[in-house]
Design a protein around this ligand. Structure first.
Ligand SMILES: [Zn+2]
Ligand SMILES: [Zn+2]
Length: 389
């Protein structure tokens, strides 16, 4: 039976798992129920190994093929965590945990990889080993890094790693990918501007941290505009400015600025970090204040290995009539990048149809994408590790 037909049969069951996970969202490194559900399913499918507690709350499943003449190992990754968002879909399977929501579709990623696992454990039409990485804490928690630090790539001798993310706006079940950079590096920064607080009517006796902080926010916008090569994509966004006062008549002594930096070329990081520090310190000084920068690299750019992007493309074309390779990189970040830092591999987008955007309270994973997503994983296993006999 063709792979896609098998998943058309399994779609209802996989959608049920997905809705169950959706109704019980768990935030980063709290994926206990989700991890237990995944481990139970993997054991029921007859996986050769199921290991829980990898990277704190992650789960690993191992499926050996009919033969293993070359010792090849392909890993597939799905993320399991939800977001701190109040769900507004009103769906029957909406979140039962107020303030937590699967608004990035990780419920769908997890359910699709479970579906692929069921098929692969049933058929085992490959020569080698499939390793399933159910990862915690993709949303800013460093879950990929946690699994890597637990040694998943070496312990199971992984050769290549693949993953996907649903993509609103792309027709359901279609794919989009590109070789090279697909998603941006993500860094966070915080700047503390220190002045001297005082009476709102006597500014001359203070060093106004609100004014100095505001000047720093404005000045930071010159970093990308005037320092970064115009042909290098980069984003610097200040997302929060808070002071130590909430009164109408008190001048603040401290202003705290938080923001994020995105770029595709690793060389841009040093330049931006250095310029943020120089601009913040000098601008604060011009106002009689001081500034201290805390710069936190989070994830590197998601860069698809050219050969593996070609394999991912071939698998997508085998299972979907719509595959785009003309897309531009996205400035959002994805911690699958950490896995690509250790092994060659590829990450692709799977169409979610005309849904609300990712991280929106009205977002919903599209169950119509399930057969294509599952088939893509299964096809990759069978084509990257073909049976020889
Ligand atoms: Zn997300
Ligand atoms: Zn996501």
């Amino acid at each position: 039976m063709p792979i896609k037909n098998r998943f058309a049969e399994l779609q209802g069951q996989i959608a049920e798992w997905r809705r169950d996970i959706h109704a019980h969202p768990e935030l980063r490194f709290e994926e206990h129920r989700t991890g237990a559900l995944v481990a139970d399913r993997l054991r029921a499918f007859g996986c050769d190994e199921v290991v829980t507690g990898v990277g704190r709350t992650g789960v690993v499943g191992v499926i050996r093929g009919r033969s293993d003449t070359k010792g090849r190992v392909i890993a597939f990754r799905a993320d399991m965590d939800a977001l701190p968002i109040v769900e507004a879909t009103g769906l029957p399977h909406a979140s039962t945990e107020r303030g937590k929501m699967h608004a990035c579709g990780h419920d769908g990623h997890t359910a699709m990889l479970l579906g692929a696992a069921q098929y692969l454990a049933e058929t085992r039409n490959f020569d080698g080993t499939v390793v399933l990485l159910f990862q915690p804490a993709e949303e800013g928690g460093g879950g990929a890094k946690a699994m890597l630090e637990d040694g998943v790539m070496d312990r199971w001798r992984v050769d290549e790693v693949y993953g996907l993310h649903n993509w609103p706006g792309l027709p359901a079940g279609e794919f989009a990918l590109r070789e090279g950079p697909l998603m941006a590096a993500t860094d966070f920064f915080e700047i503390e501007v220190t002045g001297r607080g005082g009476h709102g009517a006597m500014p001359h006796q203070t060093v106004d941290a609100t004014l100095a902080g505001s000047a720093v926010v404005m000045a930071l916008q010159q970093v990308v505009a005037r320092n970064v090569d115009p042909l290098q994509p980069a984003v610097l966004s200040v997302c929060s400015l808070r002071t130590d006062t909430d009164a109408h008549n008190v001048i603040a002594g401290i202003a705290r600025i938080k923001g994020t930096v995105r770029y595709l070329d690793p060389g841009v990081q040093d330049l931006i970090r250095t310029r943020i520090k120089e601009v913040a310190e000098a601008t604060a000084q011009a106002h009689g204040a001081t500034a201290r920068l805390d710069y936190m690299p989070c994830v590197p750019a998601t860069i698809n290995t050219p050969d593996m992007a070609a394999h991912a493309l071939a698998a997508a074309q085998a299972v979907s009539p719509g595959v785009r390779t003309d897309i531009a990189p996205v400035m959002g970040g994805e911690d699958f990048a950490d896995m690509l830092g250790q092994r060659p591999g590829a990450f692709v987008f799977l169409g979610n149809g005309a849904s609300a955007e990712l991280h929106n309270p009205a977002y919903e994973f599209n169950d119509d994408a399930i057969p294509a997503g599952c088939s893509w994983f299964a096809t990759l296993a069978e084509t990257r590790m073909p049976l020889t006999a």
